[in-house]
Design a protein around this ligand. Structure first.
Ligand code: TRP
Length: 326
């Protein structure tokens, strides 16, 4: 069975795109060879507020559990709880080149316009490589924007293996099927992302049902009146994709269902379906959020399990590199 690793930053408010595009699938496909990591060390590569980071870390754990990640099946943990991630990063730093890191598109985007660019931000992809390689992951479910980082991870792993002997598994990125990529409701040419950037275009998991409905009813559509997926009907296509992801029905069947109906009816059904899938998630979240101590306890257990794997990998790495074993 494939070993799977994925990571998610505790930054910004979790939204519908996270759920439909990634987390619902993580929950559906989870098994004991799967590791899901809240990457707090990645979140400090840009300026942050310590109290907010701490809150968001617990909050994200609540959402992931609410989405159905089962700590008895998969391993859910916080990156900084497993010190091997930092240690492995240092060693991989000595195998990664400045040139390849300079080619990372995400670094260019994230550093643009900042007057202070941390070394951590530059090194971000090496920490990500350490995350993945410590667990011998075969598959890394990510968004399209992470393709380059996973390819870099392969290159680093391959270079390490050829210099020091076979140590790391070469991972490959896997992507959500098209349709599970949810776009902003107001700016349909970009992915739904943190609500701070486009509050009306983003459905937060924490939104009320009323707010969710309003945002969907106000979503930009296109001129015309047919509910049909087409390149020149991006707004409608996005809503169809959302409905398809929420109901499990094919877009073609949905199109047939809406023949002769207007955008208003269509949007009402989308809103109902979205609120319907989110209802149990939102309910579970509120329960978990009321008992953070229990969630922290689950995270500690997750870290223990992750650590057992990561520590074994690091023993091999230290020996191969020639560090004197204590
Ligand atoms: N960089 C990833 C993102 O922004 C998050 C991440 C960190 C990650 N470590 C990872 C994803 C390891 C997959 C595997 O989405």
């Amino acid at each position: 069975m494939a070993r799977v690793f994925s990571g998610v930053q505790p930054s910004g408010a979790p939204h519908l795109g996270n759920y439909l595009g990634a987390w619902s699938r993580w929950a559906r496909e989870q098994s004991d060879g799967h590791f899901y990591c809240i990457v707090d060390l990645h979140a400090i590569t840009i300026p942050h507020d310590p109290a907010v980071l701490r809150e968001r870390t617990v909050d994200l754990a609540c959402w992931l559990l609410a989405c159905g990640l089962d700590p008895d099946a998969a391993t859910l943990f916080v990156q900084s709880h497993v010190r091997e991630h930092s240690e492995c990063t240092w060693i991989l730093n000595c195998v990664a080149s400045m040139g390849e890191l300079q080619r990372m598109v995400q670094f260019k985007e994230k550093s643009e316009g900042r007057d202070f660019i941390s070394v951590g931000l530059f090194d971000y992809p090496v920490l990500q490589a350490a995350d993945i390689l410590l667990y011998h992951a075969d598959e890394v479910p990510v968004g399209e924007d992470q393709r380059q980082h996973v390819e870099l991870t392969r290159d680093i792993a391959q270079r390490f293996n050829s210099r020091f002997g076979d140590t790391f598994t070469l991972p490959r990125a896997t992507f959500p099927k098209t349709g599970a990529r949810i776009m902003d409701l107001q700016h349909v040419d970009r992915k739904m992302s943190k609500s701070a950037e486009s509050p009306q275009g983003t459905i937060d998991l924490a939104d009320s049902e009323e707010a969710t409905r309003k945002k969907i009813m106000r979503a930009v559509t296109d001129s015309g009146s047919e509910v049909r997926a087409a390149p020149d009907k991006q707004g409608i296509t996005n809503l169809l994709d959302m409905l398809s992801a929420a109901t499990g029905k094919d877009v073609a069947d949905l199109e047939a269902h809406f023949v002769g109906k207007g955008y208003g009816d269509f949007k009402r059904e989308v809103a109902e379906a979205v609120n319907g899938v989110l209802r149990p998630v939102r309910d579970r979240y509120s329960e978990l959020r009321d008992d953070p101590a229990a969630v922290e306890d689950l995270l500690r257990k997750g870290a223990d399990r992750a650590r057992a794997v990561a520590a074994a990998t690091m023993d091999g790495v230290r020996a191969r590199v020639g560090l004197l074993l204590r």
